[in-house]
Design a protein around this ligand. Structure first.
Ligand SMILES: NC(=O)c1ccc[n+]([C@@H]2O[C@H](COP(=O)([O-])OP(=O)(O)OC[C@H]3O[C@@H](n4cnc5c(N)ncnc54)[C@H](O)[C@@H]3O)[C@@H](O)[C@H]2O)c1
Length: 479
């Protein structure tokens, strides 16, 4: 097992790095030579050198055998661990998870400027941000101790992802934590549109009493057409059936229908039979302006259009024309081709003031539940990267999530993907006579990410040699 037992004779190096985790605080990550008080758990770390990390963490949480060995460690434990800096009021669900794993957490309410961030990141191994903190190439270059970065939101364009990749810093986000929030809002809007509730609410607030039923409908028995049947689209389909709606969907990928939802062979087929069309596609070249004059004309007269996906998917002038001309009976729009950067910026759209048009400021996923789920989702990804080298869900690293192999040390190596790099790595392994017990290599055009499980006795020699290669971006070892 990765945690040394008393019974096993540890090597000199292992003895010097031995730590004990607390039963109540199962995570502690350590290396071999403490450089200073600010980095208590990393004993050695250099961006182009190597780090060794001790993992005594998730096994206890998940009840594995590894955790049960923790009490056999021989040296005093410390509650400090990996140092985590969380900016911009990240939800406390993330703080709790990091602390549960023995990390040292500092949380600030605001964002930091570029220079302040460069300064603040000294000794920080994990950074958590939301949308306001700009993580530039300069910041990444200055952040010599930074291992990984979490965007506690959906978007990642506040981070120079390529610069992060080329400094060996993996980046994670939370693409799915607000799925349910978006789906619930869509169902609410379907009912609002069918009953013209937005207009009635506005009128009563303005002191008008207009009690009308003309043009108002129940949604029961109506057809909802879902374009993009992924995480959100399929949830919408489930909720809509609970309202007694008939649900059809169109997706470019083959999808398993939920409940009685029925797939359509084409977008045209869906548009022709839906009373409500709701869009849940990603922003791609294929979905760019995918709903324009022709698609709107293909919708049933008196139908409704909802878009809470991406602002570039719908051609707003064509939608405005169809609403003014009466071909469509209403629309609910949450996302726009151009959106203000801050809440204090003004906003204008051609759709303003049109009847039965619900306009919201990109709040589909904005709920307290989603914030808490985002905190947990991103913190979990970061901890899995720190503790096991998993890059599942990373937005800038090739994705791997190999299972841990008991009795091995895990060498993690990010390198430039250039000709000859694998030959060099293979030669290192061969020179030390290492027996590889598990290995996964994933590459993209820029980097390769190698996870190698090898015998404990040779992990230092292998990782030191790998870290010395000119192609090395980052190498560390998990004990
Ligand atoms: N309004 C908000 O606050 C908010 C919140 C979260 C997500 N979103 C957006 O919602 C959208 C959907 O999110 P998700 O998590 O369900 O994504 P997802 O990746 O799970 O699902 C998208 C689906 O669209 C399908 N698709 C792609 N191109 C298509 C095309 N041309 N025609 C038909 N189907 C196509 C994909 O195959 C996939 O099944 C994304 O654009 C996301 O950015 C908005």
């Amino acid at each position: 097992m990765r945690v040394m037992r008393d019974a096993a004779a540890p090597s000199d190096r292992e003895q010097s790095t031995e730590v004990e985790g607390r039963a109540s605080s199962p995570s502690c990550v350590r290396g071999a030579h403490t450089p200073g008080p600010s980095v208590t758990c990393l004993l050695r770390w250099e961006k182009r050198a190597f780090m060794r990390v001790r993992r005594l963490d998730d096994a206890v949480r998940h009840g594995s055998q590894r955790g049960s060995l923790m009490s056999t460690a021989t040296h005093p434990h410390t509650s400090s661990g990996i140092k985590v800096l969380l900016l911009e009021n990240i939800h406390t669900s993330a703080h709790a998870l990091f602390k549960e794993h023995g990390c040292e957490v500092e949380a600030l309410t605001g964002a930091l400027s570029e220079d302040a961030l460069c300064e603040k990141l000294r000794g920080v191994h994990v950074l958590g941000i939301r949308s306001k903190t700009q993580v530039t190439a300069k910041v990444l270059d200055a952040a010599k101790d930074l291992l990984t970065l979490g965007c506690f939101c959906i978007g990642t364009n506040q981070v120079d992802l390529r610069a992060a990749k080329l400094t060996g810093t993996s980046v994670f986000n939370a693409p799915f934590s607000n799925t349910r929030s978006v789906a619930e809002m869509i169902l609410a809007e379907v009912v609002m549109l069918a009953r013209q509730l937005g207009d009635r609410v506005r009128e009563v607030h303005a002191g008008q009493w207009r009690k009308v039923s003309a043009g108002c409908f129940e949604v029961r028995g109506k057809t909802l057409g879902i374009v993009g049947y992924g995480h959100i689209g399929s949830q919408v389909g489930v909720l809509a059936e609970a309202f007694g709606m008939r649900v059809v969907f169109y997706d470019i990928a083959t999808k398993l229908p939920m409940g009685n939802n029925r797939p359509c062979d084409s977008l045209a087929e869906l548009l022709a039979e839906s009373d409500f069309v709701t869009l849940h596609v990603p922003a791609t070249t294929q979905t760019h302006r995918m709903v324009g004059p022709a698609e709107i004309a293909a919708m049933k007269p008196g139908a409704y259009l909802l878009n809470a996906s991406r602002g570039t998917v719908v051609q707003i002038p064509a939608l405005a024309d169809a609403l003014r001309g009466g071909h469509l009976a209403g629309a609910a729009i949450d996302v726009y081709p151009e959106e203000p950067e801050t809440n204090s910026d003004g906003f204008a759209t051609e759709l303003r003031g049109l009847s039965n048009v619900i306009l919201t400021p990109h709040i589909g996923g904005s709920t307290m539940e989603a914030q808490a789920a985002i905190g947990r989702e991103v913190a979990t990804s970061l901890l899995k990267y720190i503790n096991a080298g998993s890059t599942a869900g990373s937005v800038n690293f090739p994705e791997v999530e190999p299972a841990l192999i008991p009795g091995t040390h895990r060498v993690l190596n990010a390198h430039r993907n250039v000709p000859g790099v694998l030959r060099d790595i293979n030669r290192i392994v061969s020179d030390v006579g290492a027996n590889i017990l598990g290995q996964v290599l994933a590459t993209d055009a820029d980097i390769g990410y190698l996870v190698m499980d090898i015998e404990r006795e040779v992990s230092d020699a292998v990782s030191t040699a790998m870290a010395a290669l000119p192609t090395n971006l980052r190498t560390r070892v998990l004990y």
